[in-house]
Design a binder for this molecule. Sequence first.
Ligand code: BYC
Ligand code: FE
Ligand code: FE
Length: 475
Amino acid sequence: MTSARPKIDFDSKIPNNVDLAGDRKLQRALERWQPNFLDWWGDMGPAVDTKDVYLRTAVDVGRDGWAHFDHVPMNEYRWGVFLSEHDPDRKIAFGEHKGEPVWQEVPGEYRADLQRLIVIQGDTEPASVEQQRFLGATAPSLYDMRNLFQVNVEEGRHLWAMVYLLHAYFGRAGREEADQLLARNSGSDDSPRILGAFNEETPDWLSFYMFTYFTDRDGKYQLGTLKESGFDPLSRTCEFMLKEEAHHMFVGTTGIDRVVRRTAELMQTHDTEAVAGAGGIPLTMIQKYINFHYTVSLDLFGNESSTNAANYFTAGIKGRWQEERRDDDHLLADDASHVDAFRDGQISRNEVPALLALNQDLRHEYINDCKTGLKRWNRILAKAGIDAELYLPHVGFNRQVGAFASANITPDGKVVSESEWNAQKDRWLPTELDKTHVRSLMHPVLEPGKIAGWIAPPSTGINDKPVDFEYVHFQ
Ligand code: BYC
Ligand code: FE
Ligand code: FE
């Protein structure tokens, strides 16, 4: 078996390994979209003026050595189209086309569904850049500022990844959708982003770390299911995106590590839980931020019982997390499963056909992964001799989508009346006062190696550079 690795063409306007130069019509269409992207980046992307930033750029799609690090001016970042290696023997792993060769073109009967999935995926990428637009102005260190911008340029590239698919495979309708991806904006009244979490604000760095921990992790799981797709270009695109995604989650995980570590230090030094006065973020506030970001991210998995998800699976266009490692028939036509439900004011479960339960299946994988972070943070607290634990709230808490959307459930899983929920919610979710406190700590620290007082320094730098490396240069 040969596995062809198309060479990356870096000389053309749009770096790519999809032989754009061999399809002049497509190349011209994407080159027409490119200035619109750059205008959008200028208007909605990072608002801080920098000379250059120590960024990683994708230069290959293989396992090793796929990235190159250097200082580059942000608007000269080489956003490109990179698909992972082509496997000519790849077969569809699930659904009614199981065992058939994967598709290199869009099957007519799945066109609308595939386009919808690609548009939803594509919509989240620029949304996150918009949400994070102003964070650079209050970065706790140059190291963190660099990580923010790395995440931003890569989310921009993920937009390119979806726009390429829309242009290459969905004709005029795809080109129109590609334009719409730049026309909707996070939080806009008239044309908001499609999914709830992407219209929320990311106004401070605690929110940013929570977002990259919890919401980028939804990205990891959704991309993981699209990587299974029978539509091979989508699969290969997502496989490569997942490589970049790992860093986004690293930023979230270690960011929260460092906030928790600093809070623990301040608690010890001042011998109190009330570290706000000492310039820290109290554990109770960190918990409220976890509660918020975790629950809006749970909503991103859709309804517990979903015919959309069943149809995607049966069609072979969206699989399960690690489909090929599942020990079943990959058809699920005869299987049953349980999904969360809320009935007669009680948390309960419904038995449904397994095909309908795929959103919940993915949410379940996601929740287990989220737990690893809580373990880490609680280990940091335990090591510091602090007798308190952070936790994930009950799956029904604060939900706007799915079975629990109409329920009032406390973080520890108790059903309460609406008035009780309202009376207590300030104990569970960030209040204006909490947000004001966190915002009040957000002052930029621009000296190499220095760090803001509310967060511990990172343990290592990026790409073997020291922590005090000049990750960002200013004009
Ligand atoms: N907000 O049958 P259901 C990322 C809608 S993140 C608003 O359960 P389905 C990233 C739903 O659209 C990954 N609406 O839906 C992270 C449907 O509408 P229609 C993004 C919602 O289709 C950080 C209706 O409710 N990628 O990459 O099974 C930074 C019925 O619901 C929401 C994807 O999501 C919501 N939260 O599941 C940067 C992958 N939830 O058709 C990037 C593609 C549901 O009735 N998307 N609805 O009008 C999908 O696979 C699915 O569309 C969803 C929803 C999982 C989102
Ligand atoms: Fe992304
Ligand atoms: Fe991401």
